[in-house]
Design a protein around this ligand. Structure first.
Ligand code: PMP
Length: 355
């Protein structure tokens, strides 16, 4: 640590994403990335952008990508904000709307980035405990007067709220901002995007990192009222006008238009998820009702930490959290059918060993 780091950051733990070791070829199921390739249209679009666009800064208004996203979701481009991954979009939301000492809340078990961003923006945050069975209790969020961030489906539990429950939260206090992070919405869930027509206090955030198989390209977006998007663009232009590379803009525009490919990928992940869930339950795993491209599981014979370690020794990375309430669990991304067959085989052997 240098002498110069601000006092409030000195004791702060940085957000650590799922580990990315390179010492061997792992089956990587610890960061909810996709094992499928992006739409073939992405490669054509990126190679075109290389020829035409590399020498100049890319469009800071990101017009083409905002329009492409707007067209797919049935909203005007002026209601779409794009960023360098959903993380950056969330970062701009926090920066734009939550000033230091403002009051914010989110669940105690959720995407860890919210806590990191609240801390770096010096926001007064409260983490509301999930129910005993890890569900978000909607009544808690209806009752609070704090601004709200909710991942729906939640990460790492994979559990989801209905749009009608979220609408109750949004509708009850029109002056309170609600951010719904729909990183995993495409895996069979209903989006809140249509509610942004009706409610000026709602921001819906999504990503291209999961169902569109483009985690490495870093593309995320928000849909909200025209006024909210104008505010976010004002802040973005102040801090980082060229936040999107020419590659990301080209890749994103091509990917979002290929809705047939998206459906095909989602269908394949869901089919594998059903198959793996059944196999795990047969092995006596508890599997939280899944709504995303991952499973949140525990087993009576083995702790989450031990399971994570034994899988890593066998070349498989899953995510374990060192938090008291979920120490028994691991989160496992759904990989390809072949990868998951290997995982099931290894789990079978591990359980024989620990029995
Ligand atoms: N929100 C949630 C709930 C996530 O799980 C993730 C990725 N792990 C993100 C946002 C970030 O997505 P991106 O890769 O677009 O930054």
């Amino acid at each position: 640590m240098s002498y110069f780091l601000c006092d409030e950051f000195q004791k702060m733990e940085p957000y650590i994403p799922g580990e990315q070791p390179k010492d061997q070829a792992y089956i990587k199921l610890n960061a909810n990335e996709s094992s499928l390739p992006p739409s073939p249209r992405v490669f054509d679009a990126v190679s075109q952008s290389r020829i035409r666009g590399m020498g100049h800064y890319a469009d800071p208004h990101c017009k083409q990508l905002r329009k492409a996203i707007g067209d797919v979701y049935g909203v005007n481009a002026d209601r779409v904000f794009v960023g360098n991954g959903a993380d950056e979009v969330l970062g701009f939301c926090f920066m734009s709307f939550f000033s230091p000492r403002m009051k914010l809340c989110f669940p105690d078990i959720t995407y860890d980035f919210y806590r990191t961003y609240a801390k770096t923006n010096r926001i007064d945050f409260e983490q509301i405990p999930l129910d005993a069975d890890f569900h978000v209790n909607v009544e808690d969020y209806i009752a609070t007067d704090r601004d709200i961030v909710l991942a729906n489906p939640n990460n790492p539990t994979g559990l989801a709220l209905s749009v009608s429950d979220i609408e109750r939260v949004v509708a009850v206090r029109p002056k309170r901002l609600v951010i719904i992070d729909e990183a995993y919405i495409d895996y069979g869930n209903e989006s809140c995007i249509p509610l942004t027509e009706k409610y000026a206090n709602l921001i819906v955030v999504q990503t291209f990192s999961k169902s569109r198989n483009l985690a490495g390209a870093r593309i995320g977006f928000a849909i909200a009222s025209k006024e909210i998007i104008e505010d976010m663009n004002k802040i973005k232009f102040t801090f980082n006008p060229f936040n999107m590379s020419a590659f990301a803009l080209a890749a994103g525009s091509a990917a979002v238009q290929d809705t047939t490919y998206l459906e095909k990928c989602v269908h394949s992940v869901l089919a594998t998820r059903v198959r793996v869930q059944k196999a795990l339950e047969k092995m006596n795993f508890f599997v939280a009702e899944p709504h995303a491209n991952f499973l949140f599981v525990s087993h009576p014979y083995i702790s989450g930490g031990e399971l994570c370690k034994m899988l890593k020794e066998r070349g498989i990375l899953v995510r374990h959290y060192d938090e008291a309430r979920i120490r028994d669990y691991v989160r496992m991304t759904i990989g390809t059918g072949e990868e998951m067959d290997k995982v099931l085989q290894q789990l079978h052997e591990i359980l024989q060993e620990v029995k």
